[in-house]
Design a protein around this ligand. Structure first.
Ligand SMILES: Nc1ncnc2c1ncn2[C@@H]1O[C@H](COP(=O)(O)OP(=O)(O)OP(=O)(O)O)[C@@H](O)[C@H]1O
Ligand SMILES: [Mg+2]
Length: 301
């Protein structure tokens, strides 16, 4: 008599990058769906962590409801979070995900997921460094064989740069910029030698705000220094041998900050280490989580 092996269905795994600017979801074997948080009322995420758990649960529930199996097996969620996630923030994140229908929740530090998504050679015995400059948090970690050896994060990011521009322009010129107008000034001003910036304003009398390079630098420099200090502090506090390995292997820069013209060069100059940007720096966290989920299910990544 031949025994017929019974295969019980297992839970579906869904990777979620709950970012301050973008929610990115990648169910196993599917592509990534990206949703801007700006379309959501209020600010459900702040500084890389859940600020409004009810809204987050409402956003995720319709998506996760599609991945229940047999009506009883809720999805297993792999979610990214900053390396400095506090206990209370962890509880809020877990609460929001449970309320949205997640059956089991695994929290992965974002730079670790980003390293996998960026395609770093995780079999290398040498330490590698990932710096993720996001909308609300800058998170960096030194990773060896896929595991975090040491990390440092600060709740500063692209939104801090925009907010700083908006506040200064309001105080100095009495103009209330839209986030898009502030973003234009940020995009122009991060490089070490910003040029004259002209921003057409969306006001009724079609004004244009012209800002001199010195003014842009004065506004943005303290925040850029703060962003760069996250990496330099990590390197300064790391054991000497670890720092030497990073000098050899270089730094991988991910997140929206990687797309700010000039930030890669600024980071390379501040650390004296070669900095590279992967193909899709905005998608590394979620694709890394998806690959890690596949690995846990016994598939190769
Ligand atoms: N080409 C670009 N496309 C999208 N965002 C960009 C681009 N260039 C710069 N940015 C900046 O990157 C920000 C989004 O970065 P990212 O997607 O890494 O944030 P997040 O993952 O949502 O936030 P966090 O990880 O901090 O919680 C945008 O709000 C914008 O300021
Ligand atoms: Mg992010």
């Amino acid at each position: 008599m031949t025994a017929i092996p019974l295969r019980f269905p297992r839970r579906c795994t869904v990777a979620i990058d709950l970012g301050t600017a973008f929610l990115r979801i990648a169910p196993e074997r599917f592509g990534v769906v990206t949703m801007p948080m700006a379309n959501t009322a209020g600010a459900p995420m702040r500084g890389g962590v859940v600020a409004d758990p009810l809204t987050v649960a409402e956003m995720l529930r319709p998506v996760l409801s599609k991945f229940w199996r047999l009506g009883i097996l809720g999805p297993r969620v792999l979610v990214g979070a900053p390396t400095d996630l506090r206990e209370k923030e962890r509880a809020t994140l877990v609460g929001a995900l449970s309320a949205s229908g997640a059956n089991s929740i695994e929290i992965i530090p974002e730079p670790q997921a980003s390293a996998v998504g960026a395609g770093l050679d995780l079999s290398s015995p040498y330490a590698q460094m990932v710096v993720d400059v996001g909308e609300g948090v800058t998170d960096c970690a030194i990773i060896r064989e896929g595991k975090i050896v040491t990390s440092h994060a600060s709740r500063v990011g692209c939104s801090t740069l925009r907010e700083r521009v908006r506040r200064t322009v309001l105080q100095k010129w009495g103009l209330c910029l839209t986030p898009e107008e502030a973003e234009k000034i940020v995009q122009a001003g991060v490089s070490a030698s910003p040029r004259m910036t002209a921003v057409p304003l969306s006001t009724a009398n079609s004004e244009t705000l012209i800002i001199r390079p010195e003014e842009v630098r004065e506004v943005l420099e303290p925040i850029i220094e703060e962003i760069l200090a996250v990496s330099t502090t990590l390197l300064q506090n790391a054991p000497h041998a670890l720092g030497c390995e990073i000098i050899e292997s270089g730094i991988v820069l991910t997140g929206g900050g990687a797309l700010l013209p000039g930030l890669r060069k600024r980071l390379a100059r501040a650390t004296d280490i070669h900095v590279t940007i992967p193909n899709d720096p905005l998608g590394t966290v979620v694709t890394g989580l998806q690959k890690m989920g596949a690995g846990m299910n016994g598939e190769a990544y």
